[in-house]
Write a protein that binds this ligand. Structure first.
Ligand SMILES: C[S@@+](CC[C@H](N)C(=O)[O-])C[C@H]1O[C@@H](n2cnc3c(N)ncnc32)[C@H](O)[C@@H]1O
Length: 261
């Protein structure tokens, strides 16, 4: 007899990038419809991220009937090529998700994954769920709730529009930036920068930088790169020592920082 796929309903909820007040009304309503909330645990160094998810649930959930299931996220290997390491890591996370969906959720329940910022930006949750659905072993009904990304939060805190009239906006990783500044003429937002990519960039470029944006630990710096580069590197070092991790994003403007026409 053919095995039927395991039917599951899931909400992927963008929770905003670091401030509980970034939760939208839609996100709060989706959270309150969930019977099970899955909470990733990224180890002692990043306990603050788990804490923020708990804080969001405590603050916005009104029922008692929900179950919280914490799960450990494996460390990503940094030994091989970046894309290969990420693929292998995602395969491991996929196995964990499959176990959670099979064992921790019933067919009529809704399970919620709380995604940092917005699920569409540098986050693997949707891709992993897609792969699980594609195996045919699961029949997933996925609902996606957008969230306030770190990019939107950074722009708001610096009070700027990210692109000028008719210009493009590039969003890229620190790793890509280290390989060269894009020649689109437009602004560039950089995320996931664990490199020293900024060292290589023309000092005339204007930077609007933010770490832990939206949180009580927020740090903002703005200026010409040649004037603020060392200060940003120093703040990153201090942040790493204080928090164990740093989450920063910045927008680079090639024409001196104008955000008007
Ligand atoms: C794995 S990505 C997740 C992005 C997330 N989905 C979003 O919409 O912002 C993590 C990166 O997002 C950026 N980031 C997330 N939260 C941030 C915050 N509160 N302040 C500054 N950068 C942040 C950093 O570049 C960090 O390395």
């Amino acid at each position: 007899m053919e095995t039927q796929p395991v039917k599951r309903r899931i909400s992927v909820i963008g929770i905003g990038a670091g401030n509980p007040e970034y939760m939208t009304v839609q996100a709060i309503n989706a959270l309150n419809r969930a019977q099970v909330v899955f909470l990733p645990n990224k180890g002692a160094d990043k306990a603050g991220l788990l804490h923020l998810r708990h804080e969001i649930c405590d603050r916005y959930m009104d029922g008692e009937a929900c179950r919280f299931v914490e799960f450990d996220i494996p460390e990503r290997s940094k030994a091989g090529a970046y894309k290969t390491d990420v693929k292998e890591w995602r395969a491991k996370v996929r196995q964990i998700y499959e176990r959670l969906l099979r064992d921790e959720l019933a067919e009529d329940d809704v399970g919620a994954f709380l995604v940092w910022g917005d699920p569409s930006l540098y986050d693997g949750t949707l891709g992993i769920l897609d792969r699980i659905h594609a195996t045919g072993a699961f029949d997933l009904n996925v609902d996606v709730i957008p969230g306030i990304s770190s990019v939107s939060a950074l722009a708001a805190r610096h009070k700027v529009a990210l692109n000028r009239i008719g210009e493009s906006l590039t969003i890229m990783t620190g790793r890509q930036l280290a390989a060269g500044f894009p020649d689109t003429g437009g602004n560039v937002v950089v995320m996931l920068d664990t490199q020293k990519g900024l060292q290589e960039i023309d000092g005339d470029i204007h930077i609007r930088w933010g770490a832990y944006v939206g949180s009580p630990d927020e740090i903002l710096v703005e200026g010409k790169l040649r004037d603020v580069r060392d200060e940003i590197e120093r703040l990153r070092e201090v942040s790493r020592e204080t928090h164990g991790w740093v989450m920063d994003t910045y927008v680079l403007s090639p024409d001196g920082g104008s955000t008007g026409d």
